[in-house]
Design a protein around this ligand. Structure first.
Ligand code: SF4
Length: 373
């Protein structure tokens, strides 16, 4: 699994805490990125149990096409054949760059596009400081679809405090109707609006300019989403992710199943398992200039306890769960029994696996905390 972080955005969204910059030093960045890839080629081959490449950010689609093609052709040479190749896309960039750009992405081998739509309500999009409006998101989706992309995922955000109670219902309906073919998107990710450190939203909330939606209304919106998508045939395979059968994200699923990955680019994290079974994490400092000059990075060895906690936290976010034996080993027999008795965990029929039932996904953080209490 290879992740590449493209640290550029044209503007900053209200809620965002990801690392990115508005600089335009694309060539210098590409040079530094490919240098890092070459230096870490050995690590790269060790992470390819899952053959995926994910280009995220930031906003990968702000890169000029020639720079993106240059990066991709080098990485593909190092990585070999890929099962899944995802790129994150901004709707406005897709519309600006048009059909030719979408076709160039396909030619590069991209077979999955994850598009940040967030909402189909123009007032909400404006508040979020997104660059696109709802019509642009629909147009972008159709450009990708017309170019031949089958696997398009759209990202949505719920939990926006609005006087208009129906705006979320309309957003879900428009998401399901986005295609001109009438077929719903193959994949939908939906995240609750949260206060990320260093985001504009954090300042707005602390100055009292914005009041966040209460948990009950967020829970209602989440339930509405789960119900609509279940009725439409989606598999709710992870707390925030829904896929039509066969379209579950391979790359992200591998994260949740604790497989090693290599992250290239400023701010990118990597996770590795040595031949001796030692787990470690490393990360590049999130500073573009420093990355281009000398790539400062850090690493840590993870203890068995840290690994166990991560395994429980990641696996229980998914509908495939974790073996009850593993939960017992990591959290204790009493905690497991208590969770099964209260219905916080359920046994997956015909297996020895346990999971959080879908109707309790929304409170999964509390359930997992309780298992370790
Ligand atoms: S949400 Fe995406 S486009 Fe918006 S600032 Fe964050 S990384 Fe950039």
């Amino acid at each position: 699994m290879l992740y590449v972080h493209i640290p550029f955005c044209k503007s900053f969204c209200t809620y965002c805490g990801f690392y990115s910059e508005t600089a335009v030093c694309y060539e210098a960045f590409a040079k530094a990125l490919l240098k890092e890839a070459e230096l870490r080629q050995e690590e790269l081959s060790g992470t390819f149990q899952t053959r995926t490449l994910y280009i995220g950010g930031g906003t990968p689609t702000v890169l000029p096409l020639s720079v993106l093609e240059h990066i991709v052709s080098h990485l593909r040479n190092l990585a070999g054949p890929l099962e899944e190749f995802t790129i994150e896309a901004n709707p406005e960039d897709i519309v600006d760059k048009g059909a030719e750009y979408a076709e160039a992405l396909l030619k590069m081998g991209v077979n999955r596009v994850s598009m940040g739509v967030q909402s189909f309500d123009d007032r909400v999009l404006k508040w979020m400081n997104r660059r696109h409006d709802a019509a642009t998101a629909i147009k972008a989706y159709r450009i990708l679809e017309d170019a031949g992309f089958d696997n398009i995922s759209i990202d949505l955000i719920f939990g926006f405090a609005s006087k208009d109670a129906a705006q979320w219902t309309r957003t879900i309906s428009r998401a399901l109707d986005i295609s001109r073919t009438g077929r719903p998107p193959r994949h939908i990710s939906a995240y609750q609006l949260s206060i990320e450190p260093d985001s504009a939203l954090e300042k707005m909330v602390s100055s009292g300019k914005v009041v966040m939606a209460d948990e009950d209304s967020c829970a209602r919106e989440y339930e509405l989403l789960c119900d609509r998508l279940r009725q439409t045939g989606y598999n709710h395979y992870e707390i925030s992710n829904f896929a039509l059968p066969g379209y579950e994200a391979v790359h992200n699923s591998a994260y949740w199943h604790h497989q090693p990955y290599l992250g290239l680019g400023p701010g990118a994290h990597s996770f590795s398992i040595s031949a001796e079974g030692e787990y470690s994490r490393s990360w590049n400092e999130p500073h573009l200039k420093a990355y281009i000059e000398n790539r400062p990075c850090q690493s840590e060895i993870l203890t068995a306890e840290q690994i166990g906690m991560e395994e429980v936290m990641l696996s229980l976010r998914t509908s495939s769960g974790l073996s009850s034996r593993r939960v017992e080993d990591l959290c204790g027999a009493t905690a497991l029994k208590r969770a099964l008795k209260s219905g916080s965990l359920e046994i997956i029929e015909g297996s020895s696996l346990v999971r959080i039932p879908e109707h309790k996904f929304f409170i999964s953080d509390g359930i997992i905390a309780e298992l370790f209490a």
